[in-house]
Design a protein around this ligand. Structure first.
Ligand code: CP
Length: 309
């Protein structure tokens, strides 16, 4: 049983809750892979996706997850909503509450926006990514994929390379993996490593090779050009040459290491196209698992609501 109405970040989740989500996702994956892909587990429930930033995977997988479990779902297109007339986030949330919505999935450029919303609505709020803070459902689907492919999470060495400073995915992965007993090694240009991230338990490597040496999983992170104000690295081609993951770098990892990336990928920048499309890459499997994990979260939060609200 989850202990909160909302999923705002992995900072608030215990290892037991994370495992409960992953175990429930295993059941949900069976349903997702079945011919029918349909259940009435969430019949009568409703979900709204409220995205103030672009998304392909997170938004559509939440919408599909709700549909597959029999809930109704609506997307609010922020670009054409009353947000453009100056409506505040809290007013938007209270309006959705008045429509008796059960779940609001929000993506927002401001860290903390999902928490603010959650404090003002009865609906369960799920963080679909807030600024440079957390992206908990992405990390959960990453954990699901690692456990499915590697058989465990405790004791794994996970190498994360890329734009760590601007990455909410890196933050949620680090917080969650440390709770689950995995070691996290990070490597990026110094301009892309946040100050004091080592205090959260990250090992900051001095080279790509050191980060990847003996790793079970190698995760590339997107270079987030939209969050940068220039000057963090000389050019994309130099980034790829000196900081990207290629065959030569991957040789340092374990023989059966897996490659992950939250997407969208800048092909040839964070990872070579050969690695993205190769047999060690589980990037598309991550997308499939994202639907199962989000189905699991909706099921578990619905159970919480039934018992506590
Ligand atoms: N990984 C991720 O959050 O992808 P989207 O931006 O497409 O949702």
């Amino acid at each position: 049983m989850l202990k909160n109405k909302d999923l705002l970040g992995l900072k608030d989740c215990s290892a037991e809750e994370i495992y409960e989500i992953l175990d429930t996702a295993t059941e949900m994956k069976q349903l997702l892979l079945s011919e029918k892909k349909q259940s009435d587990l969430l019949a009568g429930k409703s979900l709204v996706t409220l995205f103030y930033e672009n998304s392909t995977r997170t938004r559509s997988s939440f919408e599909l997850a709700a549909k597959y479990l029999g809930a109704s779902e609506v997307n609010i297109s922020v670009a054409t909503s009353s947000v453009q007339k100056g409506e505040t986030l809290i007013d938007t949330g209270e309006t959705l509450d008045a429509m008796k919505i059960d779940f609001i999935v929000i993506r927002h450029p401001m860290a903390g926006a999902p928490k603010l919303l959650a404090q003002h609505v009865k609906a369960s709020v799920l963080n679909g990514g807030d600024g440079m803070h957390e992206h908990p459902t992405q990390a959960l689907l990453d954990f699901y994929t690692m456990r499915e492919k590697l058989g465990r999470l405790k004791g794994l060495k996970v190498a994360i390379l890329g734009d760590i400073k601007h990455s909410r995915v890196a933050m949620s992965n680090l917080i969650g993996l440390r709770k689950l007993g995995a070691e996290v090694y990070m490597y990026a240009p110094a301009t892309m490593i946040p100050k004091e991230i080592d205090k959260l338990g990250a090992h900051i490597a001095k080279s790509r090779e050191e980060a990847v040496e003996g790793a079970d999983a190698v995760m590339g992170l997107r270079i987030q050009l939209e969050r940068q104000h220039g000057g963090l690295f000389p050019s994309l081609s130099e980034y790829s040459r000196y900081y990207g993951v290629n065959d030569a770098v991957l040789k340092y990892a374990k023989k059966d290491a897996i490659i992950l990336h939250p997407g969208p990928v800048n092909r040839g920048v964070e990872l070579t196209p050969q690695l993205i499309d190769g047999d060690k890459s589980f990037i598309l499997e991550q997308v499939t698992n994202g639907v199962a994990v989000r189905m699991a979260l909706l099921k578990l939060l619905a159970e919480y609501r039934e018992k506590n609200l």
